[in-house]
Design a binder for this molecule. Structure first.
Ligand code: FES
Ligand code: FES
Length: 156
């Protein structure tokens, strides 16, 4: 069945079963491989994208549930003010180790700054608790989010 979805501001028509997870549409149909598969059960955060600006687990989001919502992936997050600040801080703090979890981390962190430009430690912990990093980059992630928040006077 054909579904119309908007990803990174561009409309796509995809012919898949309605229960196909968004993650596989992004990766296998649209060729956007920045979004990663980790657990497939909403437990690790590797597959995080934004749906209408909210961090969402694409591994459990079926294509037939998206409708007219706007999907944003790691490939376009730098086009948002919050995403650009997060990516800059990530580089500045040298957050990444193996990198596998990091697109999901960046998507969760940028969604946090979009909704809360000046998060407390507790806000950061709440927003990031679903994103697992097997390399243990958590301390640098928190520092980078704080740095990105400090460079924000504008929100969004
Ligand atoms: S792959 Fe989606 S949360 Fe782990
Ligand atoms: S950087 Fe390796 S899993 Fe997070």
């Amino acid at each position: 069945m054909a579904f119309s979805i908007t990803v990174n501001g561009k409309a796509h028509s995809v012919d898949v079963d309605g229960d196909t997870p968004l993650l596989w549409v992004l990766r296998d149909v649209l060729g956007m491989t920045g979004t990663k598969f980790g657990c497939g059960m909403a437990l690790c955060g590797a597959c995080t994208v934004h749906i209408d600006g909210a961090a969402s687990r694409s591994c459990i989001t079926t294509i037939d549930s998206i409708g007219a919502s706007e999907v944003t992936t790691i490939e376009a997050i730098a086009a948002t003010a919050a995403g650009a600040r997060i990516q800059e801080a990530w580089l500045d703090r040298e957050v990444v180790q193996c990198g596998y979890c990091q697109s999901g981390q960046i998507m969760s962190a940028s969604a946090l700054l979009m909704s809360n430009p000046h998060p407390t430690d507790s806000d950061i912990d709440d927003a990031m608790s679903g994103n697992i990093c097997r390399c243990g980059t958590y301390i640098r992630i928190r520092e980078a989010i704080k740095q990105a928040a400090q460079s924000s006077g504008r929100g969004g």
